[in-house]
Each structure stands twice: as C-alpha cells, then as structure tokens.
Design a binder for this molecule. Structure first.
Ligand code: 9D3
Length: 237
C-alpha cells in the first residue's frame, strides 16, 4: 500500500510544483505514495467563505476558525480506511528531525494541516490532538513550506523512492556525520588543487581521509551533532 498523504491548506496551488517534481513525483509514479490536496476554504460556511477571524481578547493578526478546520478533517479522514497521523504545522511544535522523518515513513497515512495566519484556535488542537511540528526557529509566512519539507523528508525514505545510487549514498551517511569535501574537474581551479589523496587511486587512504574530514567538520561546525554521535558511538568514532 502506498503512503497516503493528505494536505489541508488554504493554498493548494503552492504544492503542485513540489509534489509534481523530482523524487516526490517519482515516488507517486512508482505507487509508493499518493498525495491528496484539500482546500480548507471549501469548508467555510458563511457567504464570505471566512476561514479566520480576530482573536478574542484582542491582539494582532487572525486566527484560523475551529469549525472550518475540524469539518475539513472530518470530511477527509473517512476517504480512506487507514488511520491518519494528524500533523499540525506550527511554530509552537516539536522540532522536526531525521529521526521523526524515519518514524513517520512507517506510518500508513499522514494528514498535514498548514495554516497561513497568526495561529489556530486552541480548540482545533484539543479536538484533533495532532502532532504539532515546527521545522526550525525562524519565522515563515505559513505552514505550507514546512508541510512540503515534512513530505519531502518522509517520502524520500520510502523503500524504492531513491535511485540505487542515491540510496547507497544515503546509507553511507546514515551515521549522522556531515559530508566530506567533494571535488570534480578541473584538477586545478584558479590555483587551488584537488587533494593528492583523491587522485592516488588508493581507496583505503581515500576512505580514511574522508572519514577524518567528516569527523573534523562535524566537530567544528556541529558540536551539537558531534556530542550525540560520540555519546552513541555507533559511527565507530
Ligand atoms: C508574532 C508571533 N508569531 C510567532 C513567531 C506568529 C506566527 C508567525 C509565523 C504565526 C504563524 C507563522 C507562520 N508559520 C508557520 O505556520 C509555521 C512555521 C514557521 O514559521 N517556522 C518554522 N516552522 C513552522 S511550522 C509552521
């Protein structure tokens, strides 16, 4: 069974180019995933098709209305028998990471809700009990790009989603270390040469050099990652 991905959004047209391009498209073509977009505005009930309103108690911005979002979810979920893991994209959410992407790739169905306003009425969260996710500590204009990030990170992990070469490359870097420096033609670029070891043909020496580069880069640039790698010590550091 393919992973079913439902995306509820006010801007379904934003998703077309991303879901229709590259690896995500290929995964759908291979029957590994299918994507279902729902326009939340279709569930507005008043003449103005309102989906948001001013916050009670005052304050800036607009708040997504509970009935519209909850009705959309109640209508979409029965379209497939499999239980959906509900995900709400919000700056208040748990930080999305590779481990969670891995976990979600084993779920049968994801239902992502992306908002484009200051926030969601709290009763949406109470009623749906979704997994609340953020993709990082920076301010975006809505949850649509974060939803695409989650779908991209999860779908590429489905068995068969990557080409053989891409898949093999992924295994090599599953240890959490950053990548080593890469070089291609020309051997000399504006007086900067490719390291000799990479031209030596000595595969053991190349592997050793690359692993050292990866460790040093991770230590220098991502002490946070380095700490957890050393603690687990499963990269045989
Ligand atoms: C003024 C308070 N703002 C919080 C910092 C309100 C606010 C900002 C941006 C409310 C919503 C948004 C839109 N962002 C998202 O919906 C969002 C998001 C993000 O901005 N950064 C990282 N992850 C995410 S997930 C959803």
């Amino acid at each position: 069974m393919p992973l079913r991905v439902d995306i509820l959004t006010l801007f379904p047209e934003m998703f077309g180019p991303v879901l229709g391009g590259s690896i995500l498209r290929r995964a759908a073509d291979k029957g590994l995933a299918d994507y279902h977009l729902t326009n939340i505005r279709d569930y507005a009930t008043d003449a103005h098709k309102s989906v948001d309103d001013k916050p009670f108690g005052g304050g800036p911005g607009m708040v997504m209305m509970a009935p519209v979002v909850c009705d959309a979810v109640a209508d979409v979920e029965p379209k497939d028998a499999r239980p959906a893991t509900r995900i709400l994209l919000t700056p208040q959410g748990r930080l999305f990471d590779q481990q969670l992407a891995q976990e979600l790739s084993h779920h049968p169905r994801l239902l992502l809700i992306a908002g484009h306003y200051e926030g969601f009425d709290e009763r949406i969260i109470e009623g749906l009990r979704p997994l609340e996710l953020s993709i990082g500590d920076y301010v975006l204009t809505g949850g649509e790009l974060p939803a695409m990030v989650v779908v991209d990170a999860v779908v590429r992990l489905l068995p068969g989603a990557l080409g053989a070469e891409e898949g093999a490359a992924d295994e090599t870097f599953a240890d959490g270390l950053l990548e080593h420096p890469q070089y291609t033609r020309p051997r000399d670029f504006r007086g900067s040469a490719v390291p000799d070891v990479l031209l030596s043909g000595n595969h053991a020496a190349i592997a050793k050099w690359r692993l050292e580069q990866r460790k040093e880069r991770t230590r220098q640039r991502r002490p946070d990652l380095w700490k957890t790698i050393v603690e687990r010590n499963d990269a045989k550091i």
